[in-house]
Write a protein that binds this ligand. Sequence first.
Ligand SMILES: N[C@@H](Cc1ccccc1)C(=O)O
Length: 489
Amino acid sequence: MLDLLQLTGKQRQFIELLQRQHVVESLRSLCVQAGFDFNFINGFLLSGALNSYVQWQEHTQRTWALTAKGEDLTGVLPGSLLADKLLQGQRDGGASPGGNRALLQAELGAAFSLHYGALRREQAVDLIDGDGEGTVAVLKSSVLGAFQQRQGVFEAIAAGKSLDASASSSLEWLQQQGYIVSRVETDYSLTVLPALQTLDLGDVVTTLTSELILSGQWRQADLKPYDIQAEVPDVAYGRPTILTQCIQRIRDIFLNMGFDEMSGYMVESAFWNFDALFTPQDHPAREVQDTFYLANPQTLPLPDDPVLVQRVKQVHEANYGGQWTEAEASRAILRAHTTTSTARRLHQLQGKDGKYFSIDRVFRNETVDRTHLAEFHQIEGVVVGELLSVRTLMGYLTYFYERLGFKDLKFKPTYNPYTEPSLEVFAYHPPSDRYIEVGNSGLFRQEMLAPLGCGEKATVAWGLGLERIAMLLYGVEKLSDLIGPDIQL
Ligand SMILES: N[C@@H](Cc1ccccc1)C(=O)O
């Protein structure tokens, strides 16, 4: 059935074109003339939509085209030129069929041996050397005639001309030689029935304009319904950057390990970044060479838990001596690690068990180069529970890195003010055959845990570099390919 509302613009145009004809000999040529895509119209015809309006008959036709090898001949079949000359000589009444070799060679130039070889292969000619007066003798002039015919057929195909039945043996030969290929083409002849001539296509509105709406004309209009099956152009969607993909992957690993995600603040007080982590107020990491101090705000309030602040002060003064000042602890900074989130979380937990992770941005006053930026991401993790040990810590880290494909880890003792023991983590990187530093970890000291209200529990924790992992996993060599305005998606 023909649903007028569903017709595409091209289909309507095609019907309008048919309405002006009675018989169409070749649908292909009609499409070429009128600028329609034959396959599209063919599909329309075969869909049966026009069944009660048009009768059609299918015709198949064999056509020929030159192959690449055929194109390479640039119009001249090997053998044909020499065949021409020899036949010409015969017609001019040469005494014996054939021709003077030196003369023919002069006429054909470098192509002589090519043409001679082609004729010789079919035993049509032979070279007779009599006293240095070489002659090309014709053995079978019928083969020479065949070469001329083949040349004619070859030219006709190159020119896209039609061929008659007499071409068949030449076609077979040309195909055997690989100069031409045949194709079968389907075409249709159509008879347009009177029903189509009288068909009223009507006016279908395909675009609803504001004019149609304002004038109220839309009420009378035949609106083309939406075709929700219609194919639409592909859209190039955005996609997550490598770093975001990496974060998502790591987040999934920790969630699957039963961790909850925690978060903190990029702008922090020195208290949560250093003091709560048992880092002395004169520690070198606190200097401006390493840490970004803010001008605005210059300070942040200390936690409104006076017991916590008091205990931190006590533990610092008892162990490091000197005076612990609230002024130093109140300074506002950009957090230098995500262990700030861990400290805040431990203070909240007050000794309850839990497993937490975060993947967040940190800031350090570093010299920027290929593999260092002043801001990067840390993968922080903390586990509070019973009977936790260095083995537990190594187990978590080994499991985590294995999920990412880093099978071989090494741990090296190091020093952090807030952990004892402390372990640096190295992962084996097969492409470079090296162990690469990927993080830092340890068991929190009592001096840190007790003031936070978690003195009873063992706590293992780590801070790992995200960018390092992303570079190793995705083979990225410069950090600027990972972060910043120049990343390629
Ligand atoms: N905060 C440490 C990592 C760490 C976290 C937790 C425990 C031990 C070490 C760093 O930035 O390198």
